[in-house]
Design a protein around this ligand. Structure first.
Ligand code: IMP
Ligand code: MG
Length: 187
């Protein structure tokens, strides 16, 4: 498979450089898949992906999980077109599956302030699942000020705006196969 992974990329007029390479992402996603396969053996989990950002991570993660499992999606909007969070969460689409009594694995692309994840856990708990675990590919540890339960974290990162591998800047850049930051942000 020949993927889209330039060394630098311009997105909405700003220059981005590589932060996490495909090999690093693949390796970590495989580890997470292995952990989940072990932990959820005989538990028939349902993965719930948060659209849009988590779609690529979720598809890679699930293909590294070697037990029977299901998938569903919900959609939130919190960022608008800016590089900083709007501080508001809007429901755009709910899950269709009935998760009462099920073991839920909630999958996010990134946890920034923690507002979205906290909101989602609350929302899903009301549907009476047997358990909820959270997975996020990226965690901006210093930016998180909401008290939120994170069970599986791919990479802890500083408070930087990131792009690619599902993550967008004003809806663009999701198709990049690696993760990028603004040129100079890592200096
Ligand atoms: P939170 O609610 O502040 O934790 O923000 C979480 C959501 O904001 C994520 O699901 C992403 O969709 C988006 N987000 C947070 N940080 C970034 C980033 O650096 N790049 C792109 N999207 C981000
Ligand atoms: Mg998201």
């Amino acid at each position: 498979m020949s993927l889209y992974k330039p060394e630098t990329v311009e997105c909405n007029g700003e220059l981005f450089e590589i932060y996490l390479r495909q090999e690093q992402i693949d390796e970590r996603v495989a580890e997470l898949g292995e952990e989940l396969s072990e932990k959820y053996k005989d538990k028939d989990p349902i993965f719930i992906g948060v659209l849009n950002g988590a779609y690529i991570f979720l598809s890679d993660l699930m293909r590294n999980v070697e037990i029977p499992c299901e998938v569903d999606f919900l959609k939130l909007s919190s960022y608008g077109d800016e590089k900083v969070s709007s501080g508001e969460v809007t429901d755009l689409k709910d899950i269709d599956a009935d998760i009462e009594g099920r073991n839920v694995i909630l999958v996010e692309d990134i946890v920034d302030t923690g507002l979205s994840m906290k909101y989602l856990i609350n929302k899903l708990e009301k549907k009476n699942p047997a358990s909820i675990a959270t997975v996020t590919l990226l965690h901006k540890t210093e930016a998180t000020h909401h008290d939120v339960q994170l069970d599986y974290v791919g990479f802890k990162i500083p408070t930087l705006f990131v792009l690619g591998y599902g993550l967008d800047y004003a809806q663009e850049g999701r198709n990049l196969a690696q993760i990028y930051i603004l040129d100079g942000d890592n200096a």
